[in-house]
Design a protein around this ligand. Structure first.
Ligand code: ARG
Length: 400
């Protein structure tokens, strides 16, 4: 009888490489690897060859970079998604997409089982498991790296014992997860939340004090909440996001060092390099300030916050997340225009904004000549505005 297929989300790293013989030996599966490219993946072909060398029956590369930005990152940008006010969710946003590709490949290869290399302490296992179950509840998800208890040297031995020599011995002291929207650096020396982040942890951002002495200004253009132009030039989304990330990082902007509340109940020290994501969120918010009404903006902040949590918690495909995204989408119809950002030695500031849909009315705002604001209405307005609290104060003081 032909062996059953199992689709493995393969990264090219040690854990997922060891999973190939592990799934074959312990479960009797034929292993189909899927490498989902969400940007910044080095040497995809090399990774594909490693998968085959480790015994995969097939290894499929899926270029999902555009889909990642269009269907996951930009909807999150529209809701200014920053978990705990700091982390722009690059890992959290990629997992539902990776799960989607796993399910697609499973369908293609008639597999009823998929597997991933996530550990038991992270959020990513939750996101992949729950997303797969939302997309196709008949598919079983395996995460053997949660239980196998093998250390890095043991994993290398495990592969060597099977005659699988992979160029993976280089010891990286950190756990890294990177894509177009950012880079996470965890573990190693970073586990002490008091210890400063070692310089070698950062790769895409320079030390702020080593950044250029001259500030840099850029203009980012949006259409209905989506970034389209840089300094007036229309660019492909993948190019635009990468360019902004690079020039912001070159000015020392985009480092995040935080203690984060994970879904699995622990606090963890996390560091991120997210120069492009933070720049775009800042610019996007700035444009919303100019184009949304006060009530809508304030209400939307709560929706943004809830959606951000749902994304972090692995519920991207839930009906609540879909409904909130639909709300956010509706708000973005007017979020068109340009924002000027200024970078200087680790900082980024909005220094200008304009929009054809701007609700900023100079004649109403001005303190100079040409003022059309109704000054005489202010007194009556405040009289009624303060009436409820005045009644309350009178009552409390025995005046009523
Ligand atoms: N703490 C972040 C999150 O939960 C980043 C996770 C990075 N993933 C990784 N496998 N290193 O979204």
């Amino acid at each position: 009888m032909a062996k059953e297929n199992c689709v493995l989300a393969y990264s090219g790293g040690l854990d997922t490489s060891a999973l190939i013989p592990y799934l074959k030996e312990n479960f009797g599966y034929e292993v189909i690897c899927v490498l989902v490219d969400v940007g910044r993946m080095k040497d995809l072909e090399g990774a594909r060859e490693r998968a085959l060398k480790a015994g995969a029956a097939e290894a499929v590369i899926v270029d999902a970079r555009e889909e990642f930005l269009r269907d996951f990152v930009f909807p999150a940008l529209k809701s200014n998604a920053l978990y705990e006010g700091k982390y722009p969710l690059h890992s959290a946003l990629s997992r539902p997409l990776i799960a989607k590709k796993m399910v697609e490949v499973a369908h293609e290869f008639g597999a009823k089982v998929v597997a991933h290399g996530c550990t038991a302490k992270g959020n990513d296992q939750v996101r992949i498991d729950v997303s797969v179950r939302c997309l196709d509840p008949s598919v079983t998800v395996l995460g053997p790296a949660r239980e196998w208890g093998m250390t890095r040297p043991q994993l290398l031995d495990y592969l060597a014992e099977r005659g699988i020599e992979l160029p993976l011995t280089k010891k990286n002291p950190y756990s890294i997860d990177e894509n177009l929207w950012g880079r996470a650096i965890e573990c190693g020396e970073l586990e002490d939340p008091w210890a400063p982040v070692p310089g070698d942890a950062y790769q895409f951002t320079v030390d702020p004090w080593k950044a250029p002495d001259q500030p840099l200004e850029v203009v980012i253009g949006f259409e209905e909440g989506i970034p389209l132009t840089l300094d007036g030039e229309r660019l492909e989304p993948t190019v635009l996001v990468q360019k902004i990330d690079e020039l912001a990082g070159a000015h020392g902007f985009g480092r995040v060092d935080m203690v984060e509340n994970r879904l699995v109940g622990i606090k963890s020290r996390e560091t991120y390099e997210v120069a492009g994501a933070l720049s775009l969120i800042m610019a996007h918010r700035e444009l919303e300030d100019l184009t949304l009404t006060r009530e809508l903006q304030h209400f939307k902040t709560g929706v943004d916050q809830r959606l951000t949590e749902l994304i972090y918690e692995g519920l991207w495909f839930s009906p609540l997340a879909a409904a909130l995204r639909a709300f956010v989408e509706e708000t973005q119809k007017v979020v068109t225009g340009e924002v000027r950002l200024r970078y200087y030695k680790g900082s980024c500031m909005p220094v200008g904004r304009r929009s054809p849909n701007s609700l900023y009315v100079p004649d109403l705002a001005t303190y100079g000549a040409g003022d059309t604001f109704s000054h005489e209405s202010a007194k009556g307005f405040i009289q009624l505005w303060g009436l409820p609290v005045e009644v309350w104060a009178r009552k409390r003081q025995g005046l009523l």
